[in-house]
Design a protein around this ligand. Structure first.
Ligand code: AMP
Length: 304
């Protein structure tokens, strides 16, 4: 069983002990409702560190007023069972008051990159993310923090914050874990009815069509976007955004041709009963051979 801490002082005491024993610390921040994607991050941390700490905190500051904070799935016992099975050493599951005591007044924000893609449609979202992640990173004093590619923009925003503020923790990005049909695992997939779940599989399908054309040599931005949008349209889907952006600087859209490492990022609402579930996904396109292999694997899943 991992240690479970809900108070900062308990966590700090435990971390001091680990530091005294010169144990390397791996940190995996989550909002709970854990699935195989989170499990992969935790597993990787356990393989490479003496001590892995998973945080579970549904952070109110990163949800907009009309978003799903109140209804966000909370499955603490299942989460704990999974973390125990993987073998992490500790869980930090604080209350909102523990993280944001009265008169909390600091705001950490990363300008530019936080305002494009998801940031353009969820104003303030990444400020909420950077605030909580920096606070958690300061408490954890981890050697390495593990983040998922599924939230690619989040990884880039946090990397920028860590570079700008010279934070000593190293960031590792873990590739997206997907369902058999290619859908990126997400805590929000559990909101999907069977019919909506089927429709959601069109998202990886449309991305995989682009990946296939790209590997076949197509680099024209307009043709690749057209291909993707057509596939979505066939199933009455219209993305909130679908954009090629430069990995080296997400504030820059790719023009004309894909010439350097590029991310194709999408946000798509899927209607499910009387709600709309917002799903995001992305693929990285470049000529690196490891990435080529993972794209091929993705294509065969999503188009089969
Ligand atoms: P969340 O609980 O949604 O805040 O996610 C916690 C961490 O798990 C973030 O770094 C996510 O990017 C990562 N994550 C979520 N889903 C996946 C997935 N399907 N594959 C890999 N990482 C993921």
């Amino acid at each position: 069983m991992p240690f479970v801490f809900t108070r900062r002082h308990e966590l700090l005491h435990y971390i001091n002990e680990q530091k005294e024993k010169q144990q390397s610390i791996g940190f995996v921040p989550t909002m709970g409702a854990l699935h195989a994607g989170h499990a992969q991050l935790i597993r990787q941390s356990c393989e490479l560190n003496n001590c892995t700490i998973v945080s579970i905190f549904v952070n109110p500051k990163q949800f907009g007023p009309n978003e799903d904070f109140a209804n966000y799935p909370r499955t603490f016992q299942n989460d704990l069972d999974l973390i125990t099975e993987i073998g992490a050493q500790a869980v930090f599951a604080p209350s909102v008051e523990e993280m944001y005591p009265q008169r909390f007044s600091t705001q950490v924000s990363v300008s530019g990159i936080s305002e494009v893609l998801c940031g353009a449609f969820r104003p303030g979202h990444f400020n909420g993310v950077t605030n909580i992640v920096l606070l958690l990173m300061n408490l954890m004093r981890a050697d390495t923090m593990y983040l998922g590619q599924k939230d690619f923009q989040q990884v880039q925003v946090i990397k920028k914050m860590v570079t700008d503020l010279a934070h000593p923790t190293t960031i590792v990005m873990v590739p997206t874990v997907r369902e058999a049909d290619g859908l990126a695992m997400s805590s929000r997939n559990r909101y999907l009815t069977d019919a909506a779940r089927k429709k959601a599989a069109i998202i990886p399908r449309a991305l995989a069509l682009v990946a296939k054309e790209y590997l076949a040599g197509e680099t024209a931005v307009s043709s690749l976007l057209h291909l993707c949008l057509q596939e979505l349209k066939k199933f009455d889907l219209e993305p909130q955004y679908l954009e090629f952006r430069k990995v080296s600087d997400l504030t820059q859209k790719c023009q004309n041709h894909l010439e350097e490492e590029t991310v194709l990022a999408i946000a798509q609402f899927i209607e499910s009963n009387d709600t709309k579930v917002r799903l995001i996904d992305n693929i990285i396109l470049d000529n690196n051979s490891t990435n080529k292999l993972s794209l091929e694997e993705f294509i065969s899943r999503a188009l089969s």
